[in-house]
Design a protein around this ligand. Structure first.
Ligand SMILES: [Zn+2]
Length: 444
């Protein structure tokens, strides 16, 4: 097809629009819906010129009838296009698909120091917007470098001007509910809740609920979380702001309070901190494979031997966290424990982590660690039949059951912030109650 024929160029562009429509139907739908049938190509030049103008309606339209011929386009017309990077795309293949015929632009984008980022980050699914003229020359380009930055290149009489611009993000909290059938992730997937939010929920209630062992079919939760949008498109999620989890008939609630940097920022609606000075289980998503038991038959030693801790089964390499703020008392190998870490905490508490496959880089005796710091990795060194963490909790040198020992809570909300917290809390709880009412209504 001759590239200098404006009519065939139009049809290439129109075809490309249809291709992008099928993939990006949503963004463009509103333009198409309000177009007279002969205005399809003209719409290119009216389309929004940057990410901030986009709009994402919900309906999906698959078929569009094209006019048989388009003959009234002037030579000065400019065309906006949107496409998404596909697997194995190069700038060349991408431009070809978009009907851009501009080797100079490709060369520039591959070589110019401030524009090269686009070529290094052709990540499938990312969006590229371009403006071209009739001859297929690239006039303007916008590329989503990451969830926060857009690379913008514009052709000027002096050549391309390149800038990286911050995307304007709008923080709009999202309210969701989900019911557990088999797992937390199964439920969050079904409800369209990102994994990052599911992990936060598990973390928030980690002292109350073991998300591997304690979940019941029919458990449910309501969550409000931060979501950052650019022109209607979700770019990233932030903190869980409030969450209510009904586990086995018991209701747990948490409200976020604190600045973005606060590590432990969850409270009950009444303002009691949910943060405990010790993690109940210092590995993520674990299953208790052997309980604390003073008279257990040892599977390897074949004799009765007290099990002075709990065994937390998890795949080899799973990260192990310090259960609380501590000083490292021992790190190394020790008999049946294999690779083991002993941490010394305040108030005569010690914790022991056995059978590790490895230690965190640089972990040394007498080093200070904070709660949640990664100290090592699950393994099966020493006397172990499979990969698990053997975890002990000692108070005044006496072994206690780590799963049931009473854990002291940490600082409550400062008196200065009590009113602010109360207002926030009742606002979030009202929204959670609203989610509960619609759940009940849907069930009736
Ligand atoms: Zn054990």
């Amino acid at each position: 097809m001759p590239q200098n024929n404006p009519l065939s160029k139009h049809s290439i562009l129109a075809q490309n629009l249809l291709v992008s429509l099928r993939k990006k139907q949503l963004r463009w739908l509103f333009i198409v819906l309000f177009l007279p049938i002969f205005g399809v190509v003209a719409a290119f030049s009216q389309a929004p010129s940057n990410f901030a103008n986009h709009f994402k309606p919900k309906t999906i339209v698959q078929e569009i009838t094209l006019p048989p011929a388009i003959s009234h386009i002037s030579a000065s017309d400019e065309f906006w296009q949107v496409d998404q990077i596909r697997r194995d795309d190069t700038l060349g293949s991408l431009f070809k698909r978009m009907g851009i015929n501009d080797d100079g632009a490709i060369k520039f984008l591959m070589l110019a120091p401030d524009a090269r980022a686009i070529n290094r980050r052709l990540i499938p699914g990312r969006t590229l917007e371009t403006k071209t003229n009739l001859a297929g020359k690239l006039l303007h380009l916008e590329y989503e470098l990451d969830s926060e930055n857009v690379l913008v290149a514009s052709l000027t009489p002096e050549g391309y001007q390149v800038a990286t611009e911050k995307m304007a993000l709008q923080n709009t909290p999202v309210l969701k509910s989900a019911t557990i059938r088999d797992s937390l992730f199964g439920a969050t997937d079904n409800a369209g809740i990102p994994d990052q939010i599911a992990l936060q929920i598990a973390e928030i209630f980690s002292s109350e609920i073991n998300f591997h062992d304690d979940l019941r079919s029919g458990d449910r939760f309501n969550v409000i979380y931060e979501a950052f949008y650019n022109a209607g498109e979700l770019m990233k999620t932030g903190n869980v702001l409030a969450v209510e989890f009904v586990n086995n008939g018991k209701t747990y609630q948490a409200i976020h309070f604190g600045d973005a940097k606060s590590k432990f920022a969850y409270y009950t609606p009444e303002g009691k901190s949910l943060h405990k000075s010790f993690l109940r289980t210092p590995v993520e998503f674990t299953r208790v494979s052997s309980n604390f038991n003073p008279g257990r038959f040892h599977p390897i030693l074949h004799r009765f031997k007290a099990h002075k801790g709990v065994d937390l089964a998890a795949p080899t390499g799973t990260r192990i966290k310090a259960a609380g703020d501590a000083t490292v008392e021992f790190v190394g190998r020790k008999g049946g424990y294999g690779n083991v870490i002993v941490l010394k905490h305040k108030n005569n508490v010690s914790t022991v982590y056995g059978h590790l496959s490895g230690f965190a880089k640089g972990l040394r005796k007498n080093m200070k660690v904070a709660q949640g710091d990664i100290i090592g990795y699950v393994g099966m060194t020493g006397l172990a039949t499979g990969p698990h963490l053997h975890y002990e909790f000692l108070l005044n040198k006496v072994h206690r059951n780590p799963l049931t020992v009473a854990l002291p809570t940490s600082v409550p909300i400062d008196a200065r912030y009590k009113e602010e917290f109360a207002a926030k809390s009742s606002n979030y709880m009202a929204q959670i109650q609203m989610l509960n009412r619609s759940y009940m209504a849907a069930r009736d």
